[in-house]
Design a protein around this ligand. Structure first.
Ligand SMILES: [Zn+2]
Length: 266
């Protein structure tokens, strides 16, 4: 978004003839967007994560699978025994079809890994149990999460980022004033580009920390928003809150994006 924004300030120069077309659009961007909108690194990083996830999703012939067909648990379940990923398979057994999850190694050679097969209903129920475990013991989990949140906040250095943002706002306002009065603004663009680079450096770290804080906050909010136990499985909660799952012989470990981990004996 930051790129598109600056691109517009360039094009306006060579597009003097088309200036009418750009009128109104350009100032609007500059008025409304603060530095978060110029470099929304947190969003950018989430998008990158999602792109990586989508492109790595391939079937056994190496053909990329449609993302819409993906299950929320795809790619995040690992076998504690051999470290391979669990795959979702349609299992035909005694004329009955069921959906199960199986270790990839186990599917290929059960002498190498003999980890268990998990029925999808059991997996979903275990996830619901993990959420309920947190809701029912919310005091303990929340205080733990609050500690995590505090640490995450302390890691931040908001001052430098704020100073850069303030200067960016100032420059943008000036840029707006100059475009409106049709003055030359090349020097401003230079400084904005330089500043943007600095912000990018700072914000890369800031964004990673902010994202971590967001994740902890998301789980806190979720726990706080649940007045009673959950009874139904909701895949969107998997995507939103869960980082990965480990399958062991006697339990399933749900590791949440916030860093919290819940073990369900199933
Ligand atoms: Zn395995």
């Amino acid at each position: 978004m930051g790129d598109a924004l600056l691109q517009k300030t360039y094009t306006i120069d060579f597009l003097n003839k088309k200036r009418g077309k750009n009128n109104g659009v350009l100032p609007q961007y500059y008025i409304e967007d603060d530095h978060e909108a110029i470099i929304p690194k947190d969003i950018y990083m989430k998008v990158q994560e999602e792109i990586a996830r989508r492109s790595s999703e391939r079937d056994k012939n190496g053909i990329r699978r449609g993302f819409s067909a993906n299950n929320p648990f795809s790619q995040i379940i690992t076998c504690e025994c051999c470290g391979a990923q669990y795959r979702r398979i349609h299992w035909y057994n005694h004329g009955k079809t069921s959906i199960v999850w199986r270790c990839k190694t186990r599917m290929e050679d059960k002498t190498v890994c003999n980890s268990r097969t998990i029925h999808e209903e059991l997996l979903q129920q275990a996830f619901v149990d993990a959420l309920n475990e947190m809701i029912e013991n919310s005091d303990g989990y929340l205080s733990h999460l609050k500690e995590n949140l505090k640490t995450a906040i302390n890691l931040c250095n908001p001052q430098s980022a704020e100073a850069l943002a303030a200067r960016m706002n100032q420059l943008q306002q000036e840029l707006l004033d100059r475009t409106e009065s049709r003055q030359n603004y090349d020097d401003l663009v230079e400084e904005i580009l330089l500043l943007r680079e600095q912000q990018e450096q700072t914000n890369m770290d800031e964004a990673a920390k902010a994202e971590h804080r967001d994740r902890i906050q998301a789980l806190c909010n979720f726990i706080n928003s649940q007045p009673r136990t959950i009874t139904k499985f909701d895949g969107t909660l998997v995507r939103k809150l869960l980082k990965d799952v480990k399958v062991c012989d006697v339990f399933i470990e749900f590791r949440f994006k916030s860093g919290t981990s819940v073990i369900i004996e199933k």
